[in-house]
Design a protein around this ligand. Sequence first.
Ligand code: GLN
Length: 456
Amino acid sequence: TEACLTEIEAADALGAFVHKTPEIALAQAKAADARIKAGDAPAMCGIPLGIKDLFCTRGVPSQAASRILEGFRPEYESTVSQNLWDNGAVMLGKLNMDEFAMGSSNETSAYGNAVNPWRRGNDDTALTPGGSSGGSASAVAADLCLAATGTDTGGSIRQPAAFVGITGLKPTYGRCSRWGVVAFASSLDQAGPMTKTVRDAAIMLQAMAGHDPKDSTSAKLPLPDFEAALTGDIRGKKIGIPREYRMDGMPQEIESLWHQGAEMMRDAGAEIVDISLPHTKYALPAYYVIAPAEASSNLARYDGVRYGHRATLAQGDGITQMYEKTRAQGFGHEVQRRVMIGTYVLSAGFYDAYYNRARKVRTLIKKDFDDVFATGIDAILTPATPSAAFGLGEMAEADPVQMYLNDVFTVTVNLAGLPGIAVPAGLDKSGLPLGLQLIGRPWQEDALLNTAYALE
Ligand code: GLN
């Protein structure tokens, strides 16, 4: 813990930590020492972690990287972080992210973006650590913490993990409690571990997950022993390669990395099978209707009364002006854009044309996966991202769709509620990490982790 605290101070320029909690960390580390001495040391005992700013942590600023939550210190602890503390883990501080987890580059953060510790060869251009869990990715890759929590609504664990060369797991929807995690799109949001290795992901998921009566969508299912599942034996497993993920204009490097991954699995005794997920092309548009719709509803609570920021009012301003000014000042552009899209697609005249249509598409996407798994496929292998980490400022704010296209390989997994994991799989020609994604059957993170372990 002390070594991490020193590293964090030395690496301030990365912008990964937005709030440091050294006093809490040292007290928790001391308690962990005592537990170890007493012979009562759970798996995460004494492991120093960073926590994404989306998780509410008692008495510690929890702002979802938004101005609108300025000064908000929750009186409660998210279930996932509480589970980690109960398991002996140590909190080093809160990690940078895109505002309300909306973004793919960490550039929508009210704190300013975190930076990727990697560089393209000798080129000094600062690169994005990805998003929205960009601070988590940057901190783990730069050894500022041993692991971090992330959340994933459309790829926010897997894409940043791929961009910095670490492992990121999005569990099955309902595996980790959403209680105390600031809501973005409630039917898609899921917390998960961001770690250096697949084994670490298995150990950390074990501590984070489990049924929680405070989240009605949390599953009442026993937890498999995730670490025990890591045998590395994938002989006879059927790995699907979905042909619809071979996108036009996909860089050759990504294509060959994907091919290599499949070869590795074949060498390990798995059977590689061509599969089809025919509705893939509708996933991004469906996601960018459903996620903003839910976000516009979830973000209605930031009204200047209940939390954080409230605008200074002029003489004669009423409650409407208070709401308007507070929300105009408190929300960044991307969040405002999502709220506008969301309220539009939910409005009486357009509800059927957009929101209901997107929900039907979502059902078809889920059915694509169900059909494939019904044929005996154990896991699906795809690239994690369509490119390596891009330069900060490279994606024009004027063209948000360019940024949304980054999520092309990840959003289907959230729409279908499935577990997905990104594992580092090699470097591109400029020396940047690239990741592969494995998608598993629902509630079978144990098998998924083992498949990823064989690929690691
Ligand atoms: N990049 C996606 C978005 O902006 C996903 C974000 C996430 O998973 N939280 O919505």
